[in-house]
Design a protein around this ligand. Structure first.
Ligand SMILES: [Zn+2]
Length: 74
């Protein structure tokens, strides 16, 4: 009798990634984009795409994005 140690159980278990917090809205989410080690949730990503440069929110998004770029260059 052989005992084989297997971590995986029968069936398909998707890897459970810990939820990461969005750098824009700070809300943990599993849907979104990763830039470097930063994360932007799908909602904010969509909002950023739709945000016009004249929108008052735009500078905020740019500010948050700069944080990523600064980290990447560090
Ligand atoms: Zn977000």
């Amino acid at each position: 009798m052989k005992q084989v140690k297997r971590a995986a159980h029968s069936g398909h278990i998707p890897p459970t990634d810990p939820l990461v917090s969005c750098i824009v809205c700070s809300t943990p989410s599993e849907l979104g984009i990763h830039i470097g080690d930063q994360f932007i949730c799908q909602r904010c990503e969509a909002e950023m795409v739709l945000t016009d440069v004249t929108d008052e929110k735009y500078p905020f998004f740019i500010k948050q994005m700069k944080k990523i770029w600064l980290k990447e260059n560090a």
